[in-house]
Design a protein around this ligand. Sequence first.
Ligand SMILES: Cc1cc2nc3c(=O)[nH]c(=O)nc-3n(C[C@H](O)[C@H](O)[C@H](O)COP(=O)(O)O)c2cc1C
Length: 197
Amino acid sequence: MTPELDTPIRVLCVAGSPRRTGNSTAMLDACIGGIEGAGGVADRLALAEFHVHPCSGCGQCSSMGQCVVNDDMHDIYPRIDAADAIVIASPVYFAGVPATLKAFYDRCQPYWARRYILKVPPREPRRPGALMIVRGGGDPYGSECAVTTTRSVFAVLETELGALLDIEGPDLPGEISGHQGALMDAEELGRRIAALA
Ligand SMILES: Cc1cc2nc3c(=O)[nH]c(=O)nc-3n(C[C@H](O)[C@H](O)[C@H](O)COP(=O)(O)O)c2cc1C
């Protein structure tokens, strides 16, 4: 659904790191500054503050359309549904995303089940989406897996991955402050996504 022109754009901003004040979360907060500066509403979701269990693969969402695992994810589903756009910020862990974020991704399986098993019509138009990655670097396997996994989940969430920031170098918490250009890019990304949505 396209929001009315005078309705502020609501952007779900997901911090995927298990660190509450890590490098990727600082990128997310810079992005939130951009979203709010452009008149949007940022719904900041720090996954490290929630208990989201892994998907158990029980398959019950394929018949019920809902997840039966009883945890904080049920507070998160309505926030996903209410979003006009989605931004994910994450570190790279072993070339992919950390378990905090992967659990969130896997628990999006009910969206897949509703669309492809239960044949619920797709959300139109697709939402704008963005991914911001931070990685220490030095690993020869890069960040491709983290990007591909996010693309796969975004497809199920009917969200278009239209912007990608991939910052290599910051490792210890706080090291992102030595990458002011990256933080400025994150703020600009926020401005752009608020304008797009
Ligand atoms: C378990 C673990 C695995 C990691 N794997 C990678 C990796 O594969 N590639 C890489 O460049 N950095 C890797 N890193 C480094 C993190 O990406 C880096 O510390 C990043 O700044 C963390 O972001 P955060 O502060 O937002 O959590 C790893 C760190 C941890 C703790």
